[in-house]
Design a binder for this molecule. Structure first.
Ligand SMILES: NC(=O)C1=CN([C@@H]2O[C@H](COP(=O)(O)OP(=O)(O)OC[C@H]3O[C@@H](n4cnc5c(N)ncnc54)[C@H](OP(=O)(O)O)[C@@H]3O)[C@@H](O)[C@H]2O)C=CC1
Ligand SMILES: CC(C)(CO)C(=O)C(=O)O
Length: 342
């Protein structure tokens, strides 16, 4: 039972796939006024199945969605008091173009996406909205049709703005506290350091837990992260701690032998054994991936600094190759390919 006596602002989620349905389902569990906008494929799933949201701490909420709660056209954005954009980075510009004709001026729009530049790209196409960068740290897995499971720890973050005030209690009550930050650029780069595992996970073809339990895959990740940390230092971009360990200590942890890694990694390895990265899901579905907005951001940062990022550039190429022709990379072969790139 909600102890929030206020009327919920209308929260519209644009691009309701894994993250959008999970966040939407949690907000609905608190009684918030949520409309999700996504594809007919997902709308059909949610007509046939209840929306179930669960988390690693035992939370479960199940609801039969009224048809108006999951729509396939963006017109409902006209009534929105807050928009959460949860499309993949390759779909950001299209999403902005779809929102633009409908939004009331000043509507807060949070990019709840991976990558560095999504909020800026939304801002360019939504000049009258209040676009805020956001960050979702945890893994969401569609365990069964319509069942979205939040498998790892961490809480939502977004750029602070007074326009968020009416929505924040609803996030809190939904168990999805949203922390307002004034250092989102650092937060996004720190999340990106973790997302450098996405291409390695996608290329491995293995669940996250199995991939991260393989030292040579972790060595690949350490190489990509060390290259990025060096560039961030040169660019004067500080990192923030999103895991129990400071970001700078993650590459040495990744390189550790299995017995030491298992002992030191603690909650970082508390991952559902079937969970995969969102990039693996794109490759599996034959879709273009987000690699240009993950490793590609590192390559662009290097270019701005007048240098190169060969490990991240090679990972980008390998993922693009896999988008054309699917193959799985054994750990040793991937490590060799990255060492040759340096
Ligand atoms: N999944 C995860 O565990 C995590 C994901 N993230 C990040 O969150 C973001 C969302 O990821 P995720 O939820 O996995 O992605 P999904 O692909 O599961 O969800 C996005 C959905 O939006 C749909 N879509 C795209 N464009 C539009 C549009 N214009 N109108 C309506 N629907 C649209 C997509 O359909 P279609 O595919 O047909 O285009 C897809 O169904 C990404 O940036 C990701 O990196 C962050 C942390 C964890
Ligand atoms: C949570 C995490 C890091 C899981 O890989 C992710 O962001 C993703 O899959 O895109």
């Amino acid at each position: 039972m909600s102890d929030n006596n206020n009327t919920s602002p209308r929260i519209l989620i644009l691009g309701a796939g894994s993250v959008g349905c999970y966040v939407g389902g949690r907000l609905l569990s608190a009684g918030a006024d949520v409309v999700m906008v996504g594809r007919e494929r997902m709308a059909a799933t949610l007509r046939d199945h209840p929306l179930v949201v669960t988390d690693y701490e035992g939370f479960r909420h199940e609801t039969r969605l009224a048809p108006e709660r999951y729509q396939t056209e963006p017109q409902a954005a006209a009534e929105a008091d807050l928009v959460l954009v949860t499309v993949k980075s390759q779909a950001t510009i299209d999403a902005a173009r779809q929102l633009a004709p409908h939004l009331k001026p000043g509507t807060p729009v949070i990019s709840l996406q991976n990558g560095i530049s999504n909020a800026q790209r939304l801002r360019e196409h939504l000049p009258e909205a209040t676009v805020l960068a956001g960050m979702i740290p945890f893994n969401v897995l569609q365990k069964a049709p319509g069942h979205f499971h939040h498998g790892t720890e961490g809480h939502l973050m977004a750029e602070g703005d007074p326009s968020l005030a009416p929505a924040l209690p609803w996030f809190e009550q939904a168990g999805l506290a949203l922390e307002q930050r004034d250092d989102m650029h650092s937060v996004l780069w720190s999340k990106l350091l973790l997302n450098l595992n996405n291409p390695i996970n996608a290329l491995s073809g293995k669940p996250l837990l199995e991939e991260l339990s393989t030292r040579d895959y972790r060595r690949c990740l350490a190489m990509a992260q060390a290259e990025t940390l060096q560039l961030l230092r040169r660019a004067g971009i500080p990192t923030v701690r999103l895991t129990p360990l400071p970001m700078a200590l993650i590459p040495p942890l990744m390189k550790a032998p299995d017995w030491l890694f298992t002992r030191l990694s603690g909650t970082m390895l508390a991952i559902d054994p079937i969970a995969r990265s969102s990039m693996w899901e794109d490759l599996e579905a034959g879709r273009r991936t987000e690699v240009d907005w993950i490793n590609g951001e590192v390559v662009r940062l290097a270019e701005q600094l007048g240098t190169t990022a060969p490990v991240n550039a090679r990972l980008t190429e390998l993922v693009h190759d896999c988008e054309q022709k699917r193959r799985e990379w054994p750990a040793e072969a991937l490590l060799m390919a990255l060492k040759q790139a340096r």
